[in-house]
Design a binder for this molecule. Structure first.
Ligand code: FE2
Ligand code: FE2
Length: 183
């Protein structure tokens, strides 16, 4: 779904597909927050969910301004496929974060593709840049937490050679194959 975001024929359609991506993220965050045990992660993801809600609120009037009708609700079929059902079946904080990372990979890709267009009005571009900064922050937090899990639970995902080292770099983690870096 996110792969299609840059290909819309007009800016209103583009903004509506970003709204859809944000609405999907909100639905996934709701389930993830409910199921996480770690209080700090729960609070942090609560903030990220708030960012996505703000993204939707700020994108909608731009669609109206362009003479189109803004998307209001997440598509139930898409939520069932990518969000709630998948997350509801996942047990354990680390795996919930793995699922949320794929979600944030989607939001980051969507905003990157949208910003790749050359027909965005300046104020639209400014908003999308701000939103993309939020998305990058969300992804960076989740990647950081996953890297910490790899260091503290070596038996599950770590190769034995790194089991005693507490200083694996981000690139080490990416090479382990569990958390591929997107940058
Ligand atoms: Fe967002
Ligand atoms: Fe996000």
């Amino acid at each position: 779904m996110a792969k299609m975001v840059g290909k819309q024929k007009d800016v209103a359609g583009l903004l509506n597909s970003l709204i859809e991506v944000d609405l999907d993220a909100i639905a996934a965050y709701e389930v993830a927050i409910e199921r996480l045990d770690d209080d700090a992660d729960q609070a942090q993801l609560g903030e990220f969910k708030g960012d996505h809600e703000r993204h939707v609120r700020e994108l909608q009037p731009l669609v109206t301004e362009l003479g189109a009708t803004p998307v209001e609700k997440a598509d139930i079929k898409r939520v069932l496929i990518k969000g709630k059902v998948v997350l509801a079946a996942i047990v354990g904080d680390r795996l919930i974060l793995v699922a949320m990372k794929t979600n944030e990979d989607d939001t980051n890709l969507a905003y990157d593709q949208a910003l790749g267009r050359d027909d965005l009005p300046a104020h639209v571009r400014e908003l999308l840049l701000r939103n993309r900064d939020d998305e990058r922050r969300h992804l960076a937090y989740i990647e950081k937490r996953l890297a910490q899990y790899e260091l503290t639970e070596p038996g599950e995902v770590e190769p034995p050679s790194r089991a005693q080292g507490a200083q694996a770099s981000e690139s080490d983690v990416a090479q382990a194959g569990e958390v591929p870096s997107t940058r």
